[in-house]
Ligand binder design. Structure first.
Ligand SMILES: Nc1ncnc2c1ncn2[C@@H]1O[C@H](COP(=O)(O)OP(=O)(O)OP(=O)(O)O)[C@@H](O)[C@H]1O
Ligand SMILES: [Mg+2]
Length: 381
């Protein structure tokens, strides 16, 4: 087993585009790290550089103690699982899983043992004699995992392995991959553009944008304490709401002036925001931290704004209420379902001031205040 360390790793493709920029990442032994970010941000390129399938322009990559910059992929002791399973169609499941071991000239008995062991872990023992075309998508995915497992690698690399599966199966396989990791305990680097997959799978998560790492940390740490507006908006569904406004001082206290209404700056943020009085700032609040007075599970006093309801989306026991002020449309509140709310109404909605975030103005503003009086689950401490 081994950790994976990237030091100042840069990738410039022909034509001069810098698709990965000074990536520094220390993945520890046995850790499950997820690289997440929008399409084209450099996730696959990073993974392929770790695998040795793509040369690095500068920097170093270490697997365990060894610098592998010049080590060919087959000698890196890694196993990669891609989005397309690329099973050999003319071979049985057994032969597909045994293939890499045969190439390594292992004995028949060893191969048999390893394949059957992996098949047992993946619950595909009954499929060993079938050809891939006689398998479902989820079963094919398991075979692809099996091919990686039999090789007993130091490190598993996954590039969107579940994106070909339908939504339900994806959620099931996600749980299986996590359990597999708990059982095999091998260092794993997993690429996805799906923020929910990243949150549920990763011990730690790397959020990337345009080739640059934005934040690296525990999934809940990133969710509750995003370092900038991009990260804040990327994790969570529906995404965090952002109000663009100004920090003002009135009546001997600080307020966030939204344009048509204002919210008091909570005590925990006061010191951090004193330097920002008179300046533009962005207040971020997740849909689950906005509610009407009856259903709010937080204190309601002067922390409300007047909204027009634009749409109500029922979700069963919850609902998403779409809201707008004169200055901000597309604000969403995710609340327990209740009756009597409909598009066109004007309502007062309260904002949980323990769960707001402040960022510098602009689309990619840095964080200027986050509430550290909460633990990593967002609960008060
Ligand atoms: N061989 C190549 N030559 C030039 N540019 C490339 C090459 N491969 C990838 N790119 C560019 O590098 C950038 C990063 O690509 P990469 O495949 O790493 O993105 P990604 O984050 O995996 O995206 P996705 O979620 O769509 O898979 C993209 O802008 C892509 O167009
Ligand atoms: Mg990719």
């Amino acid at each position: 087993m081994a950790g994976v360390t990237l030091t100042d790793v840069v990738k410039v493709y022909e034509g001069g585009v810098r698709v990965v920029d000074r990536m520094n990442l220390a993945i520890t032994d046995r850790e499950f790290v997820v690289l997440v970010g929008p399409s084209g941000c450099g996730k696959s390129t990073t993974l392929r550089m770790i695998a040795g399938l793509e040369e690095i322009t500068s920097g170093t990559i270490q697997i365990g103690e060894r610098v592998v910059n010049d080590v060919p992929p087959k000698d890196r002791d890694i196993a990669m699982v891609f989005q397309s399973y690329a099973l050999y169609p003319h071979m049985t499941v057994f032969e597909n899983m045994a293939f890499a071991l045969k190439l390594r000239k292992m004995s028949k008995t060893t191969i048999d043992e390893k394949v059957r062991h992996a098949a047992k872990i993946l619950v595909i023992e009954h499929l060993l004699d079938r050809k891939p075309k006689a398998l479902s998508g989820g079963q094919r995915q398991r075979v692809a995992l099996g091919r990686a497992i039999v090789r007993d690698p130091k490190c598993f690399l996954f590039d969107e392995p579940l994106s070909n599966l339908d939504a339900k199966l994806r959620v099931e396989m996600r749980a299986e991959i996590k359990q597999l990791h708990m059982r095999l305990n091998a260092t794993t680097v997993y690429v996805t553009h799906d923020q929910e997959e990243a949150m549920t799978l990763g011990d730690r998560v790397v959020v990337m944008r345009d080739g640059i790492m934005q934040q690296f940390g525990g999934a809940l740490e990133i969710y509750h304490h995003p370092k900038n507006r991009f990260v804040a908006g990327f994790l969570g569904s529906p995404p965090m709401n952002f109000f663009e406004g100004t920090i003002v001082e009135k009546e001997a206290r600080l307020w966030f002036d939204e344009g048509s209404g204002r919210l008091p700056v909570p005590d925990w943020a006061r010191e951090q925001l004193l330097d920002h009085v008179g300046r533009k700032a962005v207040l971020g609040v997740r849909p689950e931290a906005i509610a009407d007075k009856q259903h709010a599970r937080f204190e309601c006093s002067d922390n409300s704004l007047a909204f027009k309801v634009t749409l109500v989306q029922p979700l069963g026991d919850k609902m998403d209420v779409y809201l707008a002020t004169d200055h901000h449309s597309r604000i969403v509140a995710h609340v327990d379902a209740y009756g009597g709310v409909a598009a066109g109404q004007t309502v007062a909605m309260y904002v949980d001031l323990a769960r707001v975030h402040f960022f510098d103005a602009g689309d990619n503003g840095e964080r200027i205040a986050t509430n550290r009086n909460r633990d990593q689950n967002g609960l008060p401490i």
